[in-house]
Design a protein around this ligand. Structure first.
Ligand SMILES: Nc1ncnc2c1ncn2[C@@H]1O[C@H](COP(=O)(O)OP(=O)(O)O)[C@@H](O)[C@H]1O
Ligand SMILES: [Mg+2]
Length: 652
């Protein structure tokens, strides 16, 4: 080869080589792969430009010593990297390790290093060469994907994605793109292999209902929408509620997220039900009304259960009807008065044992042997009962749930029964306390009346008698007055008049304490006498219309009505400015009704309701103590009416 020719070849070769190097550098830059080379024993390591860039340095801006390299490494990775290098130096061959390095600005990069130890002809390791790939972004993506994967696999939120058909096709024609396990559990429909099937096929009632509309709306305008408490109509588990969110997904699709909120919703509803019954208890609502309300609440919360409350009688030996609006009357009547015992159905046994009795199948359970036919006649198959226990441990009754099919309770069912039983217990105890209070107040009132009668009699008979004697003595003195007779006689006449007035006063006080008429002649003459006295005192006519055929009212009733009448007349005198008063006393079945109306200025609604109106409070209390009611209020066109209704018109 000629000299010139050789030079040309060298030039071409050099050019080709440098082109190759440039290409390599460009490739390194594109793929973020740097390379290095270390001649064993050398002070420094040779780095490619891209490796400098990966480390956040200007290409070839400084010598790279092994110590500098180590100082860039994450402290946790140093030992592993040093170990790999040492092994490669000793044994030769290939090595591979991940490493994390810090750039001068403090940011961290993740690198993947692959290297090889090269030997000379004698087999000594003389060079280490390697490539480093910057995998930071790649790893971040992988981690994110893994995280999403975990989230999607593990979330309790059901996810489905539906591809929307082009309008004007119905939303039911939307096809399932993908779903997760939670969606399958939530809907009770197998979705694993259902991709491509339509909404209408998989969830016919949902497609036709609120959910279908929700999906269609989102598909139309792309706005995220939600439903608060959606009941999945096609679900295998009825009665469950879901929070539903529908959102647009790229590719003409709509995502639907479902979260089972049944438990939370149920807890809230139980609380609301408890609250409303507790409020009724606080307001003093009658027990049957209260228990009915409680039972209806529970039935609403636990369909298809039929709830029942039984009360225990005073001896604690028999059950009495409490509330069971969902059970036929014939069944309630048959149970009313049944004895409790060790084999007395679910409730009778629960009351007897003082503990919960769960009968999952009435047909098979020996506890129901005596009641099986009765249960069969109304078509109930399961009955779970729990005793209602007072705070002092007494059994007050039972709370039970009936079902038309054999059934076992869930933990949530048992919790519901326990809570309902607790609330029922509060209501029953409140009622018992009220009854005790009422009985006590009746007894106190009776004792007071007895005391008054005693004093009235004493004043009337003894004091009246003594004064009459004084009067007779005065007359005797008057007849025998001589000498200063005129003056003495005049004095005696004055004294006699004074004694007469005292006798009148004594009679009045005695009568007001306890009118003799009330005990001797009865309620009607006592009212008439009181009305007459009122008229005499005020000049306001007071007419009494009393129709009371049959037996005279019992003494406590007569007394209460009389005292109510007295207070009412006092109020009319003091507040009404009336020109006429009308009184009606009548019997209505076995109730007694007293009505007093005046034509005065009329009581204001505030005064009638005021808790500080002691007189009105007394009127209501007297009626309530007898198990009756009192209403006080203004009437049209003017005036005030007090109407009292008490049970037990007849009496000894
Ligand atoms: N017949 C009536 N007509 C007009 N106002 C009445 C009548 N009865 C009661 N009231 C009003 O109701 C209020 C409460 O009555 P009450 O409790 O008996 O208290 P008191 O008579 O001591 O004021 C009275 O203060 C009065 O304002
Ligand atoms: Mg008064």
């Amino acid at each position: 080869m000629l000299k010139g020719q050789r030079r040309t070849v060298e030039r071409v070769m050099r050019g080709a080589l440098s082109a190759l190097e440039q290409q390599l550098a460009a490739e390194q830059q594109l793929t973020h792969i740097g390379s290095w080379e270390w001649v064993v024993g050398g002070e420094t390591v040779q780095w490619s430009d891209e490796l400098f860039r990966i480390y956040g340095l200007e290409p070839q801006s400084r010598p790279i010593t092994f110590d500098f390299f180590l100082s860039c490494l994450h402290a946790d990775d140093r030992a592993a990297v040093q170990g790999q290098v040492a092994r490669a130096l000793q044994h030769g061959g290939r090595f591979h390790y991940p490493e994390r390095v810090f750039r001068p600005d403090g940011s961290m990069r993740e690198l993947d290093t692959v290297g090889e130890a090269r030997r000379d002809e004698q087999g000594r390791v003389v060079r280490l060469i390697g490539t480093c790939r910057d995998v930071t972004e790649e790893r971040q993506r992988e981690r994110a994907i893994q995280l999403y994967g975990d989230v999607v696999r593990n979330v309790q939120i059901g996810l489905t994605v539906w591809r929307m058909p082009a309008p004007p096709v119905e939303v039911g024609a939307a096809t399932l793109v993908t779903s997760n396990l939670a969606a399958e559990q939530a809907t009770g429909v197998a979705l694993a292999d259902a991709a491509g099937r339509t909404l209408a096929e998989l969830f016919p009632s949902a497609a036709a209902g609120a959910l279908g509309k929700l999906i269609a709306d989102v598909a139309r305008d792309g706005a995220v929408r939600q439903l608060e408490a959606y009941r999945w109509g096609d679900a295998a588990a009825p009665g469950r509620s879901f929070a539903v969110k529908a959102f647009p997904v790229p590719g003409d699709s709509v995502g639907v997220a479902l979260e089972d909120v049944s438990a939370a919703l149920r807890a809230r509803h139980i609380q609301e039900a408890e609250q409303s019954v507790l409020e009724m208890i606080a307001a003093g609502a009658p027990l049957p009304e209260l228990l009915d309300r409680l039972v209806l609440h529970i039935e609403e919360l636990a369909p298809p259960a039929i709830a029942s409350i039984l009360l225990l009688d005073a001896e604690g030996k028999h059950v009495l009807h409490g509330a069971a609006p969902g059970l036929p009357a014939q069944y309630n009547d048959a149970i009313h008065g049944a004895a409790i015992g060790p084999r007395a159905g679910s409730c009778g046994t629960a009351a007897y044992r003082g503990e919960q009795v769960i009968v999952t199948d009435i047909e098979l359970d020996p506890l129901w042997a005596d009641y099986r036919d009765l249960a069969r006649s109304i078509g109930v198959r399961a009955c779970w009962s729990r005793p209602i226990i007072a705070s002092d441990g007494r059994v007050l009754g039972t709370f039970a749930l009936y079902y038309r099919e054999p059934r076992e309770p869930t933990a949530a069912d048992l919790e519901l029964i326990a809570r309902a039983g607790h609330v029922a217990g509060l209501a029953i105890q409140r009622r018992q306390l009220d009854d005790q209070l009422r009985a006590l107040s009746v007894r106190i009132e009776a004792a007071r009346e007895d005391e008054r009668s005693g004093i009235a009699r004493e004043i009337h008979d003894v004091l009246g008698q003594e004064l009459t004697v004084v009067k007779l003595d005065l007359a005797w003195i008057a007849r025998r007055a001589y000498g200063d007779g005129e003056a003495i006689r005049a004095k005696v006449t004055d004294l006699t008049a004074a004694v007469d007035r005292i006798i009148q006063t004594v009679r009045r006080i005695s009568a007001e304490l306890r009118p003799g008429e009330l005990d001797d002649l009865g309620l009607v003459p006592a009212l008439e006498w009181q009305a007459f006295e009122f008229e005499k005192r005020t000049g306001v006519p007071c007419r009494v219309v009393a129709r009371l055929e049959g037996a005279r009212p019992a003494r406590p009733i007569a007394t209460a009505l009389f005292r109510i009448f007295q207070e009412t007349l006092t109020n009319i005198t003091r507040h009404a400015e009336a020109s006429r008063v009308d009184v009606v006393l009548r019997r209505d079945g076995d109730h007694l009704q007293l009505e007093v109306r005046d034509d005065g200025k009329g009581i204001s609604v505030e005064a009638a309701r005021s808790p500080s109106a002691i007189g009105l409070l007394g009127i209501r209390e007297r009626a309530r103590a007898l198990g009756g009611t009192a209403h006080i209020g203004p009437i049209a066109p003017r005036g005030t009416q007090v109407s009292v209704d008490v049970p037990g018109g007849g009496g000894p």
